[in-house]
Design a protein around this ligand. Structure first.
Ligand code: PGA
Length: 241
């Protein structure tokens, strides 16, 4: 696991952008795994700006998003579909048929998860970007998630629901989510995890220095061959020098 410590949120985002641009220059039809949340906002903003200036080309890129609430309609402003189109997909030259998102509106969620796994098997993810929860979750793989888990329906923890609803003026949120499993995430050739802010420092310390266990799902990444962690100063504040 490689750790990159940066000065601040802007520099963390810049580093992530540079990694992606470098990978796209080597493989223009890269398959990309994407997160939502507060952390990647600047990353998406910077990429959108670069795309507008023709400095990066997404026309051949395929994407898979990590997770979605369940149940939720696509038009719901709280949904990750809404987030992705608003913050990224509507601003870049991606071919819309190359976008894959979990459908939180589909009654047969088991089928939806199976289909997503099959789709990923057919187009394996080259580069997976990730955030981390304050409880060490990755995507909606909350503490207790198995390292062999695949795409499935999960129960969200109270703290995840609370944190997400705070972002939306405490609106009610679904208590479940559809998520790529830990094994699904692990199948990516390269993984880049981003974390910014003091509130992430405990999760980062336990991911890097704690036991590799279900208690901190992000700790499983220590066994992945090609993972980069990009931190800002505050997120790295509980790590040894
Ligand atoms: P955040 O979410 O970027 O909004 O902090 C990260 C996560 O919960 O995975």
């Amino acid at each position: 696991m490689k750790i990159i410590k940066t000065k601040n949120y802007n520099e963390m985002s810049e580093n992530a952008v540079n990694i992606l641009i470098n990978e796209i220059s080597k493989k223009p039809d890269l398959v990309l795994g994407l997160p939502t949340g507060k952390t990647p906002r600047k990353f998406y903003k910077k990429l959108s700006k670069l795309c507008k200036k023709n400095k990066v080309d997404f026309s051949k890129i395929k994407t898979f998003n990590l997770d979605e609430y369940y149940p939720i309609s696509k038009s719901d402003k709280k949904s990750f579909v809404y987030y992705m189109f608003k913050n990224f997909f509507n601003k870049i030259n991606i071919n819309k048929s190359n976008i894959s998102l979990l459908n939180g509106d589909f009654k047969d969620y088991k089928k939806e998860c199976e289909n997503y796994e099959l789709k990923i098997k057919k187009s394996p993810i080259d580069l997976q970007f990730l955030g981390i929860g304050i409880n060490g979750h990755i995507a909606f793989n909350e503490p207790g998630s198995d390292k062999n888990s695949k795409t499935r329906l999960t129960n969200l923890t109270k703290e995840t629901i609370k944190k997400n609803s705070n972002l939306f003026n405490r609106k009610r949120f679904p208590k479940k989510g559809l998520t790529m499993g830990i094994k699904t995430i692990f199948s990516a050739k390269k993984i880049v995890l981003l974390a910014s802010g003091k509130h992430k420092s405990k999760a980062i310390a336990s991911m890097i220095n704690g036991k590799i266990s279900k208690g901190c799902p992000a700790s499983f990444l220590r066994n992945h061959k090609n993972t980069i962690i990009i931190l800002d100063k505050k997120a790295a504040s509980l790590l040894d020098r």
